[in-house]
Design a protein. Structure first.
Length: 196
């Protein structure tokens, strides 16, 4: 992987000076399946961008059960645990497979903002991308039937259906495993109708 190409494609910092700063501070990291990248309640100290693998964001409900809140698996996708850096993270993020990602210290970006205002845009773009994914998911959860949610998931998250356990997909879509199984059965039995 060429680091300069990745930063240009994933982050697009806008100027050579900003790109050079990111090159200087960026670190490629590897985690094994099951490892936590960010824990809820702790500040997110690094901007994280996926190179390969699947990372799941989750929150705990009042009973302590994990509710899947997001997936990040596309090349260059940002992982944002809190929309205000330095504040406690809203969600935890766990590797669902062996992962490679790039991280950049938030403190280094913040320290450079006066000299390089475009670094502020780097943070803003990362947060906006994460927010857009969240709002699109929330709209699907609130507006769609169980079948429509699953069809939306298959379209918006191609390939992820085979990469993560059913219980996490069901949780992400606001349903239980029984409902997800029923929806899949409906699709199998009525594929011709769905394809029209």
């Amino acid at each position: 992987m060429n680091l300069r190409d990745f930063l240009t494609q994933a982050i697009n910092p806008g100027t050579e000076a900003a790109l050079d700063l990111l090159m200087k501070n960026a670190e490629v990291c590897h985690v094994k399946k099951g490892e936590i990248l960010v824990s809820a309640g702790e500040p997110q100290t690094h901007l994280i961008y996926i190179i390969e693998g699947v990372i799941r964001g989750y929150i705990l409900n009042e009973a302590g059960k994990e509710i899947t809140d997001s997936f990040a698996y596309r090349y260059g996708e940002s992982v944002i645990a809190s929309y205000e850096f330095g504040k406690p993270s809203i969600a935890s993020f766990k590797a669902m497979s062996n992962c490679m990602y790039l991280q950049i210290p938030v403190a280094d970006i913040q320290a450079s903002m006066e000299q390089l205002p475009e670094m502020m845009q780097v943070c803003i773009n990362s947060v906006i991308a994460a927010l857009n994914r969240q709002y699109e998911m929330k709209l699907a959860l609130y507006q769609y039937s169980a079948l429509e949610k699953y069809l939306w998931f298959l379209k918006k998250y191609p390939g992820l259906n085979d990469a993560v356990e059913d219980k996490f997909i069901a949780s992400f879509l606001g349903m239980n495993a029984v409902t997800l199984s029923r929806v899949r059965r409906q699709l199998r039995e009525g594929e011709a109708m769905v394809e029209k």
